[in-house]
Design a binder for this molecule. Structure first.
Ligand code: FES
Ligand code: FE2
Length: 436
């Protein structure tokens, strides 16, 4: 049990967030006991374990969970620890040959349902019950993701996710497929990384280069159960405009340029034919219809031709993401036909380090056979160029983490509108911490 003084780390009536929540190892321990051990979290995508015998390992803190496809439509999740002397049975991702999980140490074998099927020299062991199994972990599926919970009495997954399944139904995340998987280690608490993608307030401070084509002010933030959401205000979606912070009047900016920069700046969320469409629209201006509306119509047609179900989307959703935060650790922009999902986890038990996974999801073309995606891992985020916007976000992390340790500091004082999702997350964390 963690011996931290709970009262000192909870959020008070003044909404100030104690810094120890990001920096204290004891607080991290408390989070493991009361948060990570109880929430539903995404272990992998279903397409990563497409064939019977495929597995993925999910690491959270010092725990390892093995997710295995044991039959065409059955996925199991087990504590990744041999029943003999505890050896971790598998790492990373891969395939169990002969439909069996074999321990590397003394060769005990389990079937894909986790049942112990062979002990070498069984007569030399004390008798065991017939049905001995690897420790079972709660598992369920939604949106093409495999979710696990270490809590045997966790609520049903759909209840936990409510109301996101309804909000996200038109996107059919279950029909998207992973195009790339990149993971890296960031030198900050896991919440520092989540926070950086759960508000638009930092755009003016960290990414000023995008203000000419980004209306960062007209974002709406809303709690959705224990989760949250942010996106463009409905009436702001209908215009292409720069940040109101720049103080430019209509006529002082070029809509075509804004559209082109916006689509190009989204780092791969738009398909090639959707990029090419911009040049076409810009080179043949048409009176009476805005470029945005022409682009939305054009994009709708291109996505429909790709097989994406576009009927349930309003025009403005074709050029404006739904940024959804799945409590506690997944966030990212979701568009018709594509999504970038960030999953963030503590790196072992270290409060100063986290692992961030970035998944690009896309809509497969008709008849396309999905190729398994290679997981790429960068132990140091500076090894790779993540694109200017993400590089800027990552570069902040270390400074936030070390700065929060300053003895001269007080708690985090959050913007009541633009950082309301961050505060909401902390309040939900508190519910888990208090309700032990
Ligand atoms: S530890 Fe697994 S068989 Fe001995
Ligand atoms: Fe950012």
């Amino acid at each position: 049990m963690s011996d931290i003084d709970l009262e000192r780390v909870l959020i008070g009536d003044d909404d100030v967030v104690p810094r120890a929540r990001y920096t204290s190892a004891q607080f991290g321990t408390l989070e493991f006991e009361r948060l990570w051990a109880r929430v539903w979290q995404v272990a992998c995508r279903e397409e990563e374990i497409a064939a019977v015998g495929d597995f993925c390992e999910y690491l959270i803190g010092d725990q390892s969970i093995l997710v295995v496809r044991s039959a065409p439509d059955v996925v199991g999740a087990y504590h990744n620890s041999c029943l003999h002397r505890g050896t971790r049975l598998a790492e990373g991702s891969g395939h169990f040959d002969n439909e069996c999980i074999r321990c590397r140490y003394h060769a005990w074998r389990y079937d894909l349902d986790g049942r112990l099927i062979e002990i070498v020299d069984p007569e030399e062991f004390a008798p065991m019950p017939d049905d001995v199994r690897l420790g079972q972990v709660h598992v369920d599926r939604w949106g093409g993701f495999v979710w696990v919970s270490l809590d045997p009495s966790a609520p049903p997954l759909l209840e936990y996710l409510d109301p996101l399944p309804k909000l996200l139904a038109p996107y059919h995340l279950d029909r998207m497929r992973m195009r790339s998987y990149r993971a890296t280690v960031l030198p900050a608490n896991w919440k520092v990384a989540v926070d950086a993608f759960n508000e638009g307030y930092h755009v003016q401070g960290t990414h000023p280069q995008i203000l000419p084509w980004t209306d960062d002010v007209s974002l709406e933030y809303e709690p959705l159960g224990i989760h949250s959401h942010y996106g463009r205000l409905p009436n702001a979606r209908r215009k292409l405009r720069p940040s109101p912070r720049l103080g430019l009047a209509e006529g002082e900016y070029d809509e075509g340029e804004i559209l082109a920069s916006f689509v190009a700046g989204l780092g791969g969320l738009f398909y090639d034919d959707e990029l090419a469409l911009i040049d076409k629209i810009r080179s043949a201006p048409q009176d009476g219809e805005t470029m945005l509306s022409r682009y939305q119509k054009g994009r709708r047609a291109l996505l429909a031709a790709r097989g994406v179900e576009v009927d349930d989307f309003a025009d403005d959703q074709l050029t404006s993401a739904d940024d959804v935060f799945f409590f506690p650790n997944m966030v990212g922009p979701i568009y018709p036909g594509s999504a970038i999902i960030f999953r963030v986890r503590p790196n072992g038990l270290d409060p100063d380090s986290c692992i961030k996974d970035t998944w690009f999801l896309e809509w497969p073309r008709e008849g396309e056979v999905h190729k398994p995606v290679q997981r790429r891992f960068y132990p140091d985020w500076t090894e790779r160029d993540w694109g200017i916007i993400t590089n800027q976000d990552y570069a902040n992390m270390e400074h936030v983490q070390v700065g929060m340790k300053s003895r001269g500091g007080q708690g985090l004082r959050l913007n009541t509108r633009q950082e309301s999702n961050v505060l909401h997350m902390h309040r939900v964390i508190d519910r888990y911490l208090i309700d032990s």
